[in-house]
Design a protein around this ligand. Structure first.
Ligand SMILES: Nc1nc2c(ncn2[C@@H]2O[C@H](COP(=O)(O)OP(=O)(O)OP(=O)(O)O)[C@@H](O)[C@H]2O)c(=O)[nH]1
Ligand SMILES: [Mg+2]
Length: 226
């Protein structure tokens, strides 16, 4: 049953779907978990939490057949890592390439650059960033986090869960106004979320349901959830 959107939440969601899925050996976004492609389930949850959902990917044509009502594709630009006045990234409304045309397979820049290209389109103060490989996401847990955003200190650029390996960057919240410093970090060659976050103030979100962050990277991971 679809969840009702959070009232009064001016939030945008960005779902990243441009990874190589090299450990999985097939595109994780299309992988069916309990019969539903992962990208579809993650976007359904994103829509229950946010007013606008963007999917950042270099290959939107791959996902056109999925049930993604009202999600907007942002086609990741392969030639320019970050948006600049000379090379604006296409607007989310711009037509996606004809599926009949040859499928480009550019080398992706990695999730940090994908995120920056998405963030450049965002109009709300806060953004929920999600990987597309999170089969155990829960709307209620995300909504609990959303309810805390009003209390996040002004100096924090993000509100994220923290675990033994560091911040969980691909299931959490960022302030839109962090874009200039993110672009600066990327322009200096930075590509690591953890390195970028180390340079900034980040608020910790309580991780009440650690299993929610389980991400499906290998075929063995799929057996655990299917
Ligand atoms: N838009 C975009 N998303 C990316 C890019 N690289 C990774 N992602 C996404 O980031 C999330 C986490 O990616 P990983 O779990 O590291 O997966 P991956 O890079 O696809 O897989 P591996 O090749 O096995 O590391 C997934 O949602 C990926 O689709 C990128 O260059 N662009
Ligand atoms: Mg992963």
């Amino acid at each position: 049953m679809p969840h009702a959107p959070c009232p009064n939440t001016k939030l945008t969601a960005i779902v990243l779907a441009g990874g190589q899925s090299s450990r999985m050996g097939e595109d994780k976004a299309l992988l069916k978990i309990q019969g539903i492609p992962l990208l579809e389930s993650v976007c359904t949850i994103a829509q229950a939490c946010a007013d606008t959902v963007y999917i950042v990917t270099p290959w939107p044509e791959r996902y056109q057949h999925l049930l993604l009502p009202d999600c907007k594709f942002i086609q990741e630009s392969p030639s320019s890592p970050v948006p600049s006045p000379q090379s604006p990234i296409p607007s989310p409304q711009s037509p996606v390439p004809n599926p009949q045309s040859p499928i480009p397979n550019p080398q992706p820049h990695g999730p940090l650059v994908g995120f920056a290209q998405g963030l450049a389109q965002v109009q709300t103060d806060w953004v929920l960033l999600l990987a597309c490989d999170l089969p155990k996401l829960r709307v209620e847990a995300l909504q609990e986090w959303i309810a805390r955003l009003d209390t996040v200190g002004d100096d924090a650029i993000a509100a994220l869960a923290h675990h033994a390996k560091g911040w969980e960057p691909l299931c959490g919240f960022y302030r839109q106004r962090c874009l200039p410093q993110l672009l600066e970090f990327i322009n200096q060659g930075g590509r690591s979320f953890q390195q970028w976050l180390k340079q900034n103030s980040v608020q910790v979100l309580p991780l009440l349901e650690p299993e929610m962050l389980f991400n499906c990277n290998t075929p063995e991971d799929v057996w655990k959830v299917n």
